[in-house]
Ligand binder design. Structure first.
Ligand SMILES: Cc1cc2nc3c(=O)[nH]c(=O)nc-3n(C[C@H](O)[C@H](O)[C@H](O)COP(=O)(O)OP(=O)(O)OC[C@H]3O[C@@H](n4cnc5c(N)ncnc54)[C@H](O)[C@@H]3O)c2cc1C
Length: 365
């Protein structure tokens, strides 16, 4: 392990955290990477979904060079290949985490729960909790917060405030991107399902449930969105990611046709989410098109996005220059990994004081 230079703590072993740790190691800096789950745990959770961006846009020259050096026999997808989250994780992220460069730095199943400065204002103190509940304090000189947002779903209620009853109902509401045509099929087949949200996750769920309804005609989808649009998904003009545009077009067609066992309610906000127990389903109530409205359904999928976990660094002064947020936590729903890699490059250019530093330049590979 390198001994000199600022000690870097990377919180989150997702795609961006792994690349940040690799960058630190390539600069000879001591680094510790923490993840409360396994390697790229959030990607694992939506692993059945296909990425919109091809493999080559989700990797870096540094990562590829590491894998080729350490595991030359390993086959990697081609740059233009479409991959699912699972394929991306298995082919690239897990081997990277298990590479010699990173293996000793990884602290899996270790959540960082709080970050603050020591009393002398010098080092950071990180409270780290292992999966068995044991806690310890670690120190670092630079903290890279790469925790993403997927672990903190938004509330269904209007204005980011939980609907009445929603907090009690939460454990029974699906907030992950559900694999409705795969392992979660038995949970949804033949059921009435409310899908709330108007992003690509909602679109993927609605399209999956519509396909399920062709095999299991009792499946019924109630699609609730806040927006006023007659078409729930905005279409990006000349969208460079065809799969994304195809999904938007398919979902919009289902919403506007309102067949295929689906009803679509735009301009809807929820004030109440009540769970009646395993056999009783849910009651959702609120306003739709300005009028009171309510639905009784057996399943609820909250596809209303995710928010950054603001609690992690609550003990720090805002703008502490040693605490840098990278990756999905910095961006909105359209965040792309290639932007995250650029953030990593710029963060280390700032650390070294060399604005031209770029370990992703071709010669690095
Ligand atoms: C369904 C879906 C499809 C997507 N498709 C694309 C695509 O095609 N192209 C694209 O560029 N982007 C896509 N994205 C965006 C995607 O979120 C990001 O590209 C990527 O996952 C962000 O990586 P990250 O490392 O910033 O965060 P994440 O992948 O969210 O990783 C954060 C990690 O931090 C860990 N963590 C969180 N809190 C703590 C804590 N307190 N202590 C320790 N560990 C913690 C988590 O366990 C997780 O492993 C997609 C996202 C989703 C949900």
């Amino acid at each position: 392990m390198p001994k000199a230079g600022p000690r870097v703590a990377v919180i989150g072993a997702g795609p961006v955290g792994l690349e940040a740790a690799l960058y630190a190691r390539a600069l000879g800096l001591p680094v510790a990477v923490y993840d409360r789950g396994g390697i790229a745990d959030h990607v694992r959770r939506w692993g059945h979904a296909r990425l919109f961006t091809p493999f080559g846009l989700n990797v870096t020259p540094l990562g590829l060079a590491t894998l080729r050096r350490e595991k030359p026999a390993r086959d990697l997808p081609a740059d233009a290949d479409p991959v699912t989250g699972r394929e991306f994780r298995d082919a690239y992220l897990v081997p990277l985490g298990e590479s010699e460069a990173l293996l000793e730095s990884l602290h899996l199943e270790h959540a960082v729960t709080h970050v603050g400065r020591a009393a002398d204002g010098k080092a950071f103190r990180l409270l780290v909790r292992a999966a068995n509940g044991r806690e310890r304090l670690d120190a670092a000189d630079l903290v890279l917060d790469c925790t993403g947002t997927y672990g903190t779903p938004n509330w269904l209620g209007d204005g980011g405030v939980p609907a009445v009853g929603e907090q009690a109902a939460r454990p029974h509401v699906a907030a992950d991107l559900e694999d409705v045509l795969g392992e979660r099929r038995p949970h949804y087949a033949g059921r009435s399902v409310a899908v709330v949200g108007d992003g690509y996750s909602a679109a993927a769920t609605v399209c999956g449930l519509a396909a399920l309804a062709e095999e299991h005609p009792a499946t019924w989808v109630v699609w609730l969105t806040r927006g006023p649009r007659g078409q729930p998904l905005p279409r990006v003009a000349n969208d460079p990611f065809r799969e994304r545009d195809r999904l938007a077009a398919r979902a919009n067609a289902l919403a506007t046709r309102c067949d295929g066992n689906l009803e679509f309610h735009p301009q809807t906000v929820l004030d109440e989410v009540v769970y009646h127990g395993p056999d009783g389903g849910f009651r959702l109530a609120g306003r739709s098109n300005g009028k009171p409205a309510a639905w009784e359904v057996e399943r609820v999928v909250a596809a209303v996005g995710h928010r950054p976990d603001g609690g992690l660094a609550a003990g720090l002064r805002p703008g502490d220059p040693g605490y840098v947020v990278l990756g999905a936590k910095t961006g909105g729903p359209g965040f792309l990994l290639r932007d995250g890699f650029d953030q990593v490059r710029r963060a280390f250019a700032a650390v070294t004081g060399d604005p031209r530093l770029d370990l992703y330049a071709k010669k690095a590979a």
